[in-house]
Design a protein around this ligand. Structure first.
Ligand code: AMP
Ligand code: ZN
Length: 134
């Protein structure tokens, strides 16, 4: 993809703070970290997001995210958020698939997502819809 910033990083056309690389994936520090050590794991090949990511590559990326999360724990994080934003509505800004690995610390004061409550009958309906779509 010509104008994709992560493709450019993957090809070495623009720099990144690399922490891991193999044939399929690359991991580097997020330029605007939520906490220090916040990393992104990307496939070297361009895929927009989880919807068009082949399963074998998705499996590889999660394996690397786990490896980096474990390293972050070893160097002192109390926890990690391993997450991926898919689509504009989910806050995706860079449309080259990536996994965030965010180190978390007790009392780091990052807020939780707000939650909703199910109304009568809504659980059954949503289960039906999801299972039919699977
Ligand atoms: P999102 O698409 O919402 O999952 O977020 C994209 C992430 O990429 C953001 O957290 C940005 O800070 C990060 N980002 C954007 N450009 C760069 C870059 N050149 N190097 C490292 N991280 C970047
Ligand atoms: Zn790309």
């Amino acid at each position: 993809m010509q104008d994709c910033i992560f493709c450019k990083i993957s090809k070495g056309e623009i720099p990144c703070d690399k922490i891991y690389e193999d044939e399929i994936s690359l991991a580097f520090l997020d330029i605007n970290p939520v906490n220090l050590g916040h990393a992104l794991v990307i496939p070297k090949e361009h895929f927009q997001n989880i919807y068009d990511l082949p399963e074998n590559i998705a499996a590889h990326l999660i394996k690397i995210a786990k490896k980096i999360g474990t390293a972050l724990k070893k160097i002192g994080s109390d926890g990690t958020n391993i997450t991926t934003n898919n689509g504009e509505a989910a806050g995706q800004i860079i449309f080259h698939s990536h996994i965030h690995v965010i180190p978390r610390f007790i009392n780091d004061n990052l807020s939780h997502w707000p939650t909703k409550k199910y109304k009568e009958g809504e659980v059954k309906k949503i289960i039906e819809k999801i299972t039919q779509a699977l």
